[in-house]
Design a binder for this molecule. Structure first.
Ligand code: MN
Length: 243
């Protein structure tokens, strides 16, 4: 049986070698995580050619929304706080389109870091634009930037009865943290399934969907140090195979 095809949303990076030439990129860790879970990864383009995106989406059995910069606030009806990082409206529009299709059609979806924020906006929710200045007594959620990506930055508490708890097997666990934004108003159909000690939302899922799970941390970077994180990718691939 052919392995299920798992789209991983690509981003745009400037080449250091080729005079800043823009490249479509995706972290190797996402690709490996999907492969090791039994999926066949492909990168989706970070620009919104709707007809072509649709042609790609129809071939996908599942989707990973990857990490990256901030979502343009206008896309969730907010003003720019002036604290944004690395906004790419084309990527936002491409990923929001993919996420909305996935939600409308029940396509298995794993949303990581920026991805959980894209998922929330696709479902009609809003974002905290900068945790450090907008959440009183917040933990340092962007601390991983200067440390190895697998470093544990803070704990999360998982909701009982959640798919996340069933997969990870423990109600409290340490996670990495490389984000300065988070979910504010929750999108329709989503429930919160993980919280940091400061109240920042770290996990959501859509109980009405076959498989729709978002995490604010980077499980793909913790496969060696926290092997239970593999279960998130395995569950995505299992759901994609069942489709
Ligand atoms: Mn965090």
């Amino acid at each position: 049986m052919a392995p299920p095809l798992i789209g991983i949303s690509g981003c745009v990076e400037q080449s250091a070698r080729l005079s800043g030439t823009p490249l479509v990129a995706v972290g190797v860790a996402y690709v490996r995580a999907v492969e090791e879970a039994g999926g066949a990864p492909v990168v989706t383009p970070p620009h919104p050619n709707e007809a072509l995106l649709r042609g790609i989406f129809e071939r996908l059995n599942g989707l990973v929304l990857s990490g990256g910069g901030d979502v343009l606030p206008a896309l969730y009806g907010a003003d720019d706080s002036g604290l944004l990082w690395s906004v790419n409206e084309e990527r936002d529009r491409a990923e929001l389109t993919l996420a909305r299709w996935a939600l409308a059609e029940g396509r298995p979806l794993l949303a990581i870091c920026r991805g959980i924020q894209v998922l929330n906006v696709a479902a009609g929710g809003t974002l905290i634009q900068d945790i450090a200045t907008q959440v009183p007594d917040a933990l340092p959620h962007s601390s991983v930037a200067s440390r190895p990506m697998h470093s544990v930055a803070h704990s999360v508490e998982l909701a009982s009865e959640s798919r996340l708890l069933a997969l990870l097997g423990t109600p409290t666990l340490g996670v990495n943290s490389a984000h300065h934004q988070a979910i504010c108003a929750l999108g329709a159909g989503l429930v919160v399934t993980a919280l940091a000690p400061d109240g920042v939302i770290e996990g959501v899922e859509a109980p009405g969907q076959p498989f729709c799970l978002g995490v604010q941390w980077h499980p793909e970077a913790m496969l060696e140090t926290a092997p239970a994180m593999r279960r998130l990718f395995e569950a995505l691939v299992e759901a994609a195979r069942a489709r």
